[in-house]
Design a protein around this ligand. Structure first.
Ligand code: ATP
Ligand code: MG
Ligand code: FE
Length: 353
């Protein structure tokens, strides 16, 4: 079965085609994927402008579909089902992808499957060369979410803890903005941090010693801003690097300690890191070092699949199909009755009661 995946929840337009067999022991195979990032377009505004995002998705979707078909040597008629991100995300952006999914499904007589964006992130390491077996703890660190989940199988997700305010990616982005490092802040701040001293500033690590698995990052940006203000002038290159390194160290320390606490609490020894912040080299180094000492295994998505993409959406649908959570697609089914999206949608609602 060939499943087309469509991602348009925020500022990346992603399409991909996967092939999936009935046997869950054989993971779905990626045939082709194509991505357009709107980063350059939003850069001038210092963040994502929702209306511009929607309009750009509309411009990119069909050419990207064509590229995926060409690269995989397939034609539209080879698509057996269409999976699209139905939420969470920006309503207008989500609607562009779901409208394409509905139109394709109607015209081809195949099903259109709504996919949860975070389930895509969570399962994306299944496309890596080191796919994790269940069960595991997932640290989901993206631009909009920071969560620890217990994952017992496809569609079986229990929330262990999450941020009470900003997400980790947001903390990177907002601190980078304060330091004048541009958008998106994560990669920019990480690069600037390379020449800095992570111990130069003792920045707050909220909830680090709380007994739960929750996070809080909102105070960090303010603390960074206060340090800059105290200088009374623009920071020098070296001062900027010290602040960036200290910020990164604070975020990473909290993520690592809370992941360790989640593994301890669940008694599991396998961790999956997904979402854009999972691309951060300092986070990976810290987790890998601790994992070696404690005997855990840590799994990551391929670097290019850490941020938003169509492959993870097709994959999530493919795995749901293999695990009996979706009906095997049949040709000639009636198309979707409505184009529905859910801008807010908690991941653990997917789990059986
Ligand atoms: P969500 O998935 O919660 O809806 P999103 O899709 O916008 O949010 P992703 O695309 O998964 O989030 O990730 C984007 C985030 O990852 C941004 O906040 C960005 O700054 C951050 N990020 C990307 N690369 C790095 C890096 N190397 N270091 C730190 N942060 C990074
Ligand atoms: Mg993005
Ligand atoms: Fe995302």
């Amino acid at each position: 079965v060939r499943v087309l995946g469509i991602e348009s929840s925020c500022d990346e337009t992603g399409l991909a085609l996967i092939e999936v067999g009935a046997d869950p022991a054989r993971l779905p195979r990626l045939l082709a994927d194509a991505l357009h990032s709107q980063i350059a377009m939003h850069q001038d505004y210092g963040g994502v402008v929702p209306e511009l995002a929607s309009r750009d998705h509309i411009r990119r979707l069909l050419p990207l579909l064509q590229r995926v078909l060409t690269d995989s040597g397939c034609v539209r008629g080879d698509i057996d089902a269409v999976a699209y991100t139905a939420g969470p995300g920006l309503a207008g952006a989500l609607l562009t992808g779901s409208a394409l999914a509905a139109a394709l499904a109607w015209s081809l007589g195949v099903p259109a499957w709504p996919v949860h964006h975070l389930e895509g992130h969570l399962l994306s390491p299944m496309l890596s060369s080191d796919p994790p077996p269940f069960p595991f703890v997932a640290l989901l660190v993206s631009g909009g979410h920071t969560q620890l989940m217990r994952v017992d199988g496809v569609g079986r997700y229990a929330l262990l803890g999450e941020t009470v305010d900003d997400a980790a990616g947001e903390a990177f982005d907002k601190s980078a903005k304060v330091l004048g490092l541009g958008y998106p802040g994560g990669p920019a701040l990480a690069q600037c941090a390379e020449s800095g001293d992570p111990a130069a500033h003792d920045l707050p690590r909220p909830l680090l010693h709380s007994k739960d698995l929750d996070f809080s990052f909102a105070g960090l940006k303010t603390a960074v801003a206060t340090r800059v203000q105290r200088l009374g002038r623009a920071p020098s290159e070296a001062e900027r690097a010290d602040l960036a390194a200290s910020t990164q160290a604070a975020i990473v320390e909290v993520l690592v300690k809370k992941s360790a606490a989640a593994l301890k609490q669940t008694g599991l020894n396998r961790l999956v890191v997904a979402g854009g912040v999972g691309a951060n080299a300092h986070l990976r180094d810290s987790l890998n070092a601790l994992a070696q000492r404690r005997g855990w295994r840590v799994h990551y998505p391929e670097l290019r699949l850490c941020t938003d993409n169509g492959a993870m959406i097709a994959l999530a649908a493919g795995l749901r199909l293999q695990h009996g959570l979706l009906d095997r697609p049949q040709r000639g089914v009636a198309g979707p009755q409505a184009v529905a999206v859910r801008p807010r949608w908690p991941l653990d609602e997917l789990s059986p009661a």
